[in-house]
Design a protein. Structure first.
Length: 222
C-alpha cells in the first residue's frame, strides 16, 4: 500500500516505521522533560512544605508549597480566590487593586511589589481564573499576566513572565490539602542567584498567612 505525503510516495511499512520512531522519540523527550522538572524538597516549617524546581527555558526557579490542616473547605474557598479577602496577602505587596471580579469565575488584579534597595519596585497586572476539576473536584485558581490592562509606569519594572496556581483539595476526616505553585521573573537587573536564594520565603509566608486567616475567629467576607 502506498501512502502519499505531499508529492512524495511512501510505502505503508516505511511510513509506519517513521511513526513508531517518532512516538518513541517523543516519549523519551517527555520523560526527560518530566525528570528535569521534578520538584526538589527544600524545607518544612510549621506544617508547610516547600519545594523548588528549574523552570523551563529560564535560569530562575519555580516554587511549590503544600499544607494539610483541619478546616472547613468552604472557608478556605472564601479566602483563596476571593477578591473580598486579600488582607492576608504577602506584606511585600504594597498596593492591591481589584479591577474586575466575577465570584467563582474570574478576578483581575493590579499589584505593586516592594523590592529592597537598590532595586526598583515591580508591578503586575494579572487575571485569575477559577475552576473545578471535573475528575477530582479540586478547586483551582490559576493566574497569569494580562497585557494592556494597566499602563506601564516609568518608575516601576513591569513583571511580564509569571504564573501561579492554587489547588484546594478536600481530604477525609475534615482535612483540607492546599497547594500553591508559581513562578515569577522579576525582570530588570535582579541577579538570578539572588532571586533563587529567596524564592522559598514568599510561599512560606503566604501559606502560613492563608492558614492563619482560615483558622482565625474573624469571619470571612463573602
Amino acid at each position: 500500500m502506498i501512502q502519499h505525503i505531499g508529492n512524495i510516495e511512501f510505502p505503508g511499512t516505511i511510513r509506519s516505521s517513521r511513526i513508531i520512531l517518532f512516538v518513541l522519540l517523543f516519549s523519551r523527550l517527555a520523560a526527560t522533560q518530566s525528570f528535569a522538572q521534578s520538584w526538589d524538597f527544600v524545607k518544612e516549617s510549621t506544617g508547610v512544605k516547600i519545594y523548588t524546581r528549574n523552570e523551563v527555558n529560564s535560569s530562575l526557579k519555580s516554587f511549590k508549597g503544600e499544607i494539610t490542616f483541619k478546616a472547613d473547605i468552604d472557608k478556605v474557598n472564601l479566602i483563596v480566590g476571593n477578591a473580598n479577602n486579600i488582607e492576608w496577602w504577602d506584606k511585600d505587596i504594597i498596593e492591591k487593586r481589584v479591577l474586575a471580579f466575577e465570584p467563582d469565575k474570574m478576578i483581575r488584579y493590579y499589584l505593586v511589589y516592594n523590592v529592597p534597595w537598590p532595586f526598583s519596585k515591580r508591578d503586575l497586572a494579572l487575571e485569575a481564573r477559577i475552576s473545578i476539576d471535573p475528575a477530582t473536584g479540586d478547586r483551582i485558581v490559576f493566574s497569569k499576566p494580562v497585557t494592556n490592562l494597566v499602563a506601564e509606569r516609568t518608575d516601576i519594572v513591569r513583571i511580564k513572565r509569571y504564573w501561579q496556581k492554587w489547588t484546594v483539595q478536600q481530604l477525609p476526616k475534615g482535612n483540607v490539602h492546599v497547594i500553591l505553585e508559581g513562578f515569577v521573573d522579576p525582570g530588570g537587573n535582579i541577579p538570578s542567584w539572588l532571586y533563587n536564594s529567596v524564592i522559598t520565603e514568599t510561599p512560606m509566608r503566604v501559606m502560613k498567612g492563608m492558614r492563619d486567616r482560615v483558622l482565625s475567629s474573624v469571619p470571612a467576607n463573602k
